[in-house]
Design a protein around this ligand. Structure first.
Ligand code: ADP
Ligand code: MG
Ligand code: ZN
Length: 592
């Protein structure tokens, strides 16, 4: 299992949930995986599919989604194809021939494909060990994106003669939706694997502003190099906002239901190939977009329920790097959704449900509690709530953070040093870093070495500054010493409060501080990736994710042996893409 993962995908370890799901599938048990967006759901059917042999059928809701996935698999040397109406007759015949010869490892289709008797008849003759339902929430009427065809396909799939396993995957399903999926796909209660919906790299913000346009313009100008999506609720708004961006010399593209297929495809390609960095879109955009380096998702209007919101916002940061999810909100948005619900032709039961969901969405915009915790609670009512310390509610100015524990750790670290030490040495010891000096002083032996390894350098300077400011520590010429008053602290007689400090958002602004990543080299690697992407017609992030390029720019590998150790480098990519990157790294090193 691990060797398949590293050979094809270049990853050493499974992410939470992946291995459990794959194990179920390998044991021939139908399974449901609920993993956050970007959590790596594709691997959950791709790895067993590769191991089982034959052709795995993947049911997927959108043409664009299939295309991206197939491109990515091909970029790893895996034989995959999709069948849908965008292909010519000739192309379809070719794929059919490959299928019949058993040459394809993965076949992606939309559920409607099963309406075609000819297709069903052909599929009946193939070796099919596994059928995957991607975006499985589309099965449920209680989901936010119900697609009747997704439900209708189920009995056609069950009617196939082969003895295959079924795996269903989704990111955004309430408990009710999960249950519905399991009932319909014949998945046992024990065969559901859920990991936390939490995605620590997403920084949620709610901004109740009357000046949405101004906010967007300023934001997009500030993050010049970053890609992002701005969702509006109507076409008209999409067009207005794009115009406003254009007037301000910001290039963007639009995507909405009023555009032709061709225009939409062009817009999506420009975005995925990093030719434009901003898309202004209605919610028609996105499900198919497999672009892992989306750094921000701004909602210009409030969506109608938290599932839609989380699904759309969750398109940010799929590569695990910090990204912003910002909801701009005005009271007027509420009226629009209320109108939609009351004028809908659905039955009262359904309207009530939608009304309830809308209320939860409204509560999200009004709550003073942690936004991430609020979202997690919506999907997983039983999960223990923890504040994220980075959303706009957690970092509110007038909010305080109890730093008594941290203060004790810092003070005891300083007290244990064998001589007076500087700011930077103390921070290094707390973070568990090593240096010649630290080794020389034997600070690695201290019990306090590394006790605050989860804190960034800037978190620690913030905490130490607070202690200085409050008179617990003294500083002279960069050297820190404890004041007598720390006794009261160590004996729990005082508590210390500070403003929230884990401000990942502000760290992102100053990109050069990201530890160890050589930004100049990173930019060169991005350029190489772009060139390669155009030459090969593969989206940039399918070549290597931003995360992998950051690792290159951090570790500056010198050989293929160094490179294979980096996450995201599998043997196919090593052979076909790495030489160009190695060359760039070498000539960069020669320059400096
Ligand atoms: P989603 O759950 O949203 O469908 P994807 O399957 O598209 O997520 O995966 C998101 C990203 O995470 C991809 O770039 C994928 O290659 C990467 N990924 C998946 N599994 C792992 C893993 N075990 N280690 C590292 N990266 C992984
Ligand atoms: Mg997916
Ligand atoms: Zn929070």
């Amino acid at each position: 299992m691990e060797s398949t993962l590293s050979h094809y995908f270049g990853y050493d370890t499974f992410r939470p949930g992946q291995k459990e799901i794959i194990t179920k599938v390998m044991n021939h048990q139908n399974a449901l995986g609920v993993l956050p967006t970007g959590g790596g759901k594709s691997i959950c059917y791709q790895v067993p599919g590769l191991m089982l042999g034959g052709t795995t059928i993947v049911i997927s809701p959108l043409i664009s989604l299939m295309k991206d996935q197939v491109d990515q698999l091909k970029a790893m040397g895996i034989r995959a194809a999709y069948l849908n109406s965008s292909l010519t007759q000739k192309q379809q015949k070719e794929i059919e021939a490959q299928l019949r010869k058993g040459e394809l490892q993965f076949l992606y289709v939309a559920p409607e494909r099963f309406d075609n008797a000819y297709f069903v008849q052909m599929v009946q003759q193939l070796n099919i060990p596994l059928v995957a339902f991607d975006e499985a929430h589309c099965i449920s009427k209680w989901g936010h994106d119900f697609r009747p065809s997704y439900r209708d396909v189920i009995h056609k799939v069950f009617a196939l003669p082969q003895d295959f396993t079924i795996v269903a995957l989704t990111a955004t399903a309430t408990i009710e939706v999960q249950k519905d999926i399991m009932d319909r796909l014949n998945i046992n209660k024990n065969d559901e694997i859920k990991t936390s919906t939490k995605r620590r790299n997403l920084v949620f913000q709610v901004n109740p502003t009357y000046q949405r346009q101004k906010f967007v313009l300023e934001y997009v100008k500030k993050y010049q190099k970053e890609s992002g999506i701005i969702y509006c609720s109507t076409r008209k708004q999409v067009e207005e906002l794009q115009e406003a961006l254009a007037i301000n010399d910001i290039k963007s593209t639009t995507y909405h239901g009023g555009l032709s297929n061709k225009e939409r495809e062009a817009a999506q390609n420009d975005f995925v190939y990093d030719r434009v960095r901003v898309v202004v879109a209605t919610n028609a955009f996105g499900m198919g977009i497999d672009k892992s380096n989306v750094r921000f998702v701004i909602h210009y209007n409030m969506p109608g329920d938290l599932e839609s919101y989380y699904q759309e916002a969750g398109r940010a940061g799929r590569d695990g790097l910090n990204s912003d999810c910002i909801l701009l909100f005005s009271e007027r948005d509420i009226g629009l959704h209320q109108y939609f619900i009351s004028s809908s032709k659905a039955d009262d039961d359904y309207k009530d449900k939608m009304g309830e969901k809308l209320n939860k969405m409204i509560l999200y915009t009004k709550t003073k509690k942690c936004l991430e915790a609020t979202l997690v609670h919506y999907f997983e009512p039983n999960e223990k709530l923890e504040e994220c310390e980075q959303c706009s509610n957690c970092v509110r100015e007038n909010k305080t953070y109890d730093m008594t524990n941290e203060a004790k750790m810092i003070v005891s670290c300083i007290a244990r040093m064998k001589q007076k030490e500087s700011y930077s040495v103390i921070i290094q010891v707390l973070r568990g870093e090593e240096s010649d000096y630290i080794r020389y002083c034997d600070y690695k032996e201290l019990s306090t070495h590394g006790i605050m390894k989860n804190y960034t350098t800037s978190d620690l300077s913030h905490l130490i500054d607070e202690l200085r400011f409050k008179g617990f520590l003294n500083e002279y010429d960069e050297i820190l010493t404890c004041d007598n008053s720390v006794k009261s602290l160590l004996s729990d007689q005082v508590a210390i409060f500070t403003t929230p400090f884990k401000r990942k958002t502000t760290e992102k602004v100053n990109i050069n501080t990201v530890e160890g990543v050589d930004r100049a080299l990173f930019d060169e690697l991005i350029a190489v990736r772009k060139q390669l992407s155009e030459d090969l017609s593969i989206p940039p992030v399918s070549i290597f994710s931003d995360f992998t390029l950051e690792e290159f720019a951090k570790r500056k590998p010198e050989s293929k042996q160094d490179m294979i150790l980096i996450d995201g480098v599998g043997s196919y990519k090593l052979k076909h893409y790495c030489p160009m990157f190695l060359e760039t790294i070498q000539s960069y090193k020669a320059k400096i």
